[in-house]
Write a new protein. Structure first.
Length: 643
């Protein structure tokens, strides 16, 4: 029996040797269309995908809290259960992947022979009917149990640790980096200490002056018979090098030549060190004109064997305006404003103009208010060194309970940076004006001196420290031309901060101040040079300058010595809201040695609202030792912590 054959029309110019291929192509096209039609029809008739499978996960404890934490952290079954619902096959795939992750998690904690078993609906993952059963269960409303059983096995230990250099020249550097490494034979064979030791090896090489140091390889061999892991590092220290003169990019208004000279003074020809490079970066940022400074070291040495570095700077606006306000019940409100030019002559010179009005509204008279104005000029990088010229000129009119004063003065100080946190300064000071008791009887004075001072700041924040300590002080040997008397006021303040729980929420802070007026009789020293205590920043709860000797009209007359101490417990309560409890104490004596016979103590509490620029504070203090004509409490509002 034969099959009917239909003739296939061919083009008129179609050659016989092409006929076979033409028919073949036509047949393939018809077959493809037929397959597509059949597939579309079958897809319409096939049932839909099964719905997502609801399941619960139970992970058994291994007996090691660290391993349990690691296992829970890697489980996709747990992490994706609510976030990404999936069908039966997806759950099975997650479980299979998790089974491998659980083993890696056990190994990271030193259990290299442990096992992990996962069952779904009571069936192991290799059960032949698992998928079919889960598809049926997915149609129901119940939750399918997923159970993880962990057998951690025995803890493996470090069997040996070796560190060697890939080149003979680096052998000494590699040996030095390996000394005292905190990974010893017998330690648990955990991953984290191994990785930490590797980072420490590299950091030590970099700190030792090898800028191109790398870890060429790490080999870890696990011996299951001995239940030990051997670790071997291969280091490539590279040559030790010094810094080449740095380059600066991105400067627009600040002189690039000045910046390169400034950076070179800190880096050029110094041994390479990541810390030294970071200190240079922070020092350039502290100049003032820049919003950001980035330091980048080259990945190869120059022809002279030194390491090229580049600082990329981003300038901020040249001018800035600021404003601050404070309030004390027994001193009155005060406001302060300033205008600053951050790059006066192109060498990061800063010019700052300030004005302050205090005791606003005191006694209802403008004449009883205090006015201060000043200009400060800072010129950094003198002589290519970490030396800064700080020139200050001020004019003021003070009307206080202790004294009245009208004056003009200034100072020219040279500030030397000795380290990242330590500064010293010295220079002449001049103070000319008139002062006296607050009854209008002012006496002219002329004072010249030389200031020697310094400051150290080892805290972690300028406005809201949580750890570290500070110390600043100044001694100013002076001569009073009006009384022909020498004197030398000394004042030093130190504070310390303890983060009690290590989370910056509970801070214990203490402060102490010592002052002594040496070399003169108290009556030969103008009142504004003497020491006073009381008020915000001193002993809260007492009127401003009210602690200490008094004259025949019961007005504060000042003393020749000062001793203050404060303690605060600062607690974050909720979000950015904090609370403070404090105790302050202070005394002022008539002799140059501190005298505690007139000790006054105040205590209170306060609130803090923490902002990105520092906390806003409000404190209420009460005197624990009453004084004549003194207030019963004091309210203090300002920006920044009390100390």
């Amino acid at each position: 029996m034969g099959f009917p054959v239909w003739p296939i029309p061919l083009p008129g110019n179609f050659r016989r040797d092409e006929a076979f291929w033409y028919v073949l192509r036509t047949t393939k096209a018809l077959s493809l269309c037929l397959c597509l039609l059949i597939g579309a029809a079958s897809s319409q008739e096939s049932p839909g995908e099964p719905p997502p499978l609801k399941y619960s996960v139970e992970i058994g404890e291994s007996g090691d809290s660290g391993a349990d934490t690691a296992i829970g952290a890697v489980s996709q079954l747990v992490q994706l259960r609510e976030q990404a619902p999936t069908g039966p096959l997806g759950v099975i795939n997650r479980a299979r992947a998790d089974q491998d992750r659980f083993l890696r998690a056990l190994e990271s904690e030193g259990y290299w022979g442990g096992t992990a078993r996962v069952t779904i609906a009571g069936l192991p993952l290799d059960a032949p009917d698992l998928l079919e059963r889960l598809e049926r269960l997915a149609l129901g409303d119940g939750s399918v149990p997923v159970v993880v059983s962990i057998d951690k096995g025995e803890l493996y230990r470090i069997g040996s640790v070796s560190v060697r250099s890939v080149t003979p020249e680096g052998a000494a550097a590699a040996a030095a980096a390996a000394e005292g490494l905190a990974l010893r034979v017998g330690d648990p064979a955990r991953a984290e200490p191994v990785l930490t030791a590797e980072r420490r090896l590299l950091d030590r090489l970099l700190a030792a002056g090898h800028p191109l140091a790398t870890v060429a390889g790490r080999e870890t061999v696990v011996n299951h018979d001995r239940r030990q892991m051997d670790v071997a590092w291969r280091l490539a220290p590279g040559p030790a090098a010094r810094f080449a003169p740095p380059e600066v990019e991105g400067a627009e208004r600040v002189s690039t030549r000045f910046l390169e000279r400034y950076a070179a003074g800190r880096l050029a020809d110094e041994p390479y060190s990541p810390d030294r490079l970071e200190r240079a970066r922070r020092g350039m940022l502290a100049l003032g004109p820049f919003a950001a400074v980035r330091a980048r070291a080259a990945d190869r040495l120059d022809e002279s064997g030194r390491l090229p570095t580049t600082f990329t700077v981003s300038e901020r606006p040249r001018h800035a305006i600021g404003f601050s306000a404070a309030y004390e019940t027994n001193f009155g409100p005060s406001v302060r404003t300033y205008w600053e030019h951050r790059n006066l002559f192109g060498g990061a010179q800063r010019l700052r103009v300030e004005a302050e009005v205090a005791r606003i509204g005191t006694d209802g008279a403008i004449s009883q208010m205090t006015y201060r104005g000043g200009v400060t000029y800072r010129d950094p990088g003198l002589f290519g060194r970490d030396l800064t010229l700080v020139a200050n000129l001020f004019i003021l009119r003070e009307r206080l309970n202790a004294y009245d004063r009208d004056a003009i003065g200034g100072s020219v100080l040279f500030e030397q940076r000795l380290s990242e946190r330590l500064f010293v300064q010295a220079g002449p000071t001049v103070d000319v004006g008139s002062s006296g008791p607050s009854d209008g009887s002012l006496t002219a004075y002329q004072i010249a001196g030389v200031t020697f001072g310094g400051r150290y700041d080892g805290t972690d924040s300028l406005l809201d420290p949580s750890r570290g300590w500070r110390l600043n002080g100044a001694l100013t040997p002076s001569w009073s031309f009006s009384t022909d008397a020498p004197f030398a006021p000394l004042r030093a303040t130190s504070s310390a901060y303890l983060d009690v729980l290590g989370d910056r929420r509970t801070i214990f802070a203490v402060r102490g101040t010592l002052g002594s007026l040496m070399g003169a009789q108290l009556g030969d020293v103008p009142r504004h040079i003497r020491f006073y205590a009381g008020g915000g920043g001193s002993v809260r709860g007492y009127d401003y300058q009210s602690i200490g000797p008094r004259d025949e009209r019961n007005r504060p007359s000042g003393g020749a010595s000062l001793l203050e101490a404060s303690a605060e417990l600062r607690q974050r309560v909720w979000g950015d809201i904090g609370a403070v409890a404090f105790v302050d104490a202070g005394t002022v004596g008539t002799g140059s040695a501190p005298d505690t016979s007139n000790l006054r103590v105040g205590a209170g509490f306060g609130l803090r609202y923490h902002t990105p620029i520092g906390p806003i504070r409000a404190d209420i203090g009460v005197p624990l030792v009453k004084q004549r004509d003194s207030s019963n409490f004091g309210l203090y509002v300002g920006i920044g912590q009390a100390f």
